[in-house]
Design a protein around this ligand. Structure first.
Ligand code: NAD
Length: 379
């Protein structure tokens, strides 16, 4: 995005309505950036307040601040943190672009609802993250980094002792033993944060390449004694394990988990239900006072058996925090990063002052999940 261009594409952002959501898909810095790319911005009154951005901040940056119905009526494209509800989809005019994490891998009915409303769906979950042109659009990376950082803080806060070793006149307190399961973007941030707080950190991931990354952060790699050397799937991501491999992994994790005070789980496989790593037997084997933060908790299930969004304490005194929403608890910075990702996705589709799709481009082909233009007739 270079020189300022005449604004012709109108981008709108609304107040996010889902529970736990404090982020917003547009921030004042990004309004300025989009104006330079030929996009004018509309934002609903109060949409940035939970992230500490006021209506005045947006207006100063050059956005129009309006009621929701006017934003929806005038926008060519709408950007979201959490995908729009069915009610909202029904109220968006045909031809509007809807940009965000649309859940297209796991919810074909939702994509069909966008399609039948005549909307163009841009599913950021389908970003080909390995492309260098996609790096600044990578919402999974930006938000998972924030989540991993916050997960370590939430765990430390819920734990009834210190993370660091502490020597006091009344005695020496040993450091917390923290286990991180899933050492991707979120897991590595959780390792770094827990280490900075002084915990003794061990981590595990199914991808063989993760051992070096874990060790380079000064954590110990947990050896399960299992060979998943073919554990790497396409594009450097984890593959889903077979039922037999999963059972072996769960048994080994359950057994090794026993000695830890805190467990943070962040394991995911793109487009699939998160893998179950710690079963009820593993949770029951933990000592009273242990804390688990499951960042993969979702309606589809998480990495820990019995985790659900929110906090619960087991009969054995283990606190399980199901926390997929943690990026929202660092809303000011998380929103700014996310807004940059969404804006760069939008700007990619602005061609000659209009929104346009070129299915011959890898990015366009990957991201458009609803409202794809008809293939040109064969000559
Ligand atoms: P993710 O959120 O899909 O998964 C998180 C972690 O869970 C991954 O490290 C995965 O290996 C792990 N996992 C999955 N199943 C597991 C199991 N059964 N047991 C233990 N761990 C399991 O992935 P992510 O964190 O976004 O990224 C994963 C990898 O992709 C990293 O190596 C990252 O560097 C790479 N990546 C590359 C690019 C790029 O090329 N630009 C961008 C983003 C991520």
């Amino acid at each position: 995005m270079a020189e300022t261009q005449e604004a012709t594409v109108v981008f709108g952002v609304l107040n996010e309505t889902s529970e736990h959501e404090s982020r917003v898909a547009l921030t004042p810095d990004i309004v300025t950036r989009l104006r330079k790319a030929g996009v004018s911005c509309l934002i609903e009154y109060g949409a940035g307040l939970a992230s500490q951005y006021t209506d005045e901040d947006y207006a100063k940056a050059g956005a129009e601040v309006l009621p929701a119905n006017e934003v929806v009526a005038r926008a060519d494209a709408l950007g979201f943190v959490d995908r729009p509800s069915a009610d909202l989809v029904a109220g968006i005019k045909a031809g509007t672009w809807v940009i965000g994490m649309l859940g297209s891998f796991t919810d074909a009915d939702y994509v069909a609802s966008l399609e039948s409303a005549g909307l163009v769906g841009v599913g950021i979950e389908k970003l080909p993250r390995q492309l260098s042109s996609a790096q600044s659009m990578d919402e999974m990376t930006s938000q998972n980094s924030v989540m991993g950082y916050k997960a370590a803080l939430v765990a430390a806060n819920a734990y009834g002792s210190f993370f660091p070793m502490m020597t006091t006149a009344a005695g020496t307190i040993r450091p917390a033993k923290v286990l991180i399961l899933g050492a991707g973007i979120a897991g590595l941030q959780a390792i770094g944060t827990a280490k900075r707080l002084g915990a003794v950190v061990t981590a595990y991931d199914v991808r063989p390449a993760s051992r070096d990354e874990v060790e380079s952060l000064g954590a110990k790699f947990l050896d399960l004694g299992l060979d998943f050397s073919k554990g790497q799937g396409e594009g450097g991501y984890a593959r889903a394990l077979s039922a037999e491999e999963q059972a072996q992994q769960q048994a080994a994790v359950d057994q090794k988990a026993t000695g830890f005070d805190v467990i943070i789980t962040t394991a995911k496989v793109p487009g699939r239900k998160p893998p179950l790593l710690l079963t009820k037997a593993g949770v029951d084997g933990l000592k009273r006072g242990a804390v688990i933060v499951d960042c993969a908790a979702s309606e589809l299930g998480g990495n820990v058996e019995g985790s659900e969004v929110g906090t619960r304490i087991t009969d054995g005194g283990v606190t399980i925090i199901g926390a997929p929403y943690l990026a929202s608890e660092v809303a000011n910075t998380a929103s700014n990063l996310l807004a940059r990702n969404v804006a760069d996705v939008l700007a990619h589709f602005v061609k000659d002052g209009k929104l346009a799709i070129d299915l011959n481009e890898e990015l366009d082909d990957a991201l458009i999940v609803a409202g794809r233009p008809a293939a040109p007739a064969q000559a």
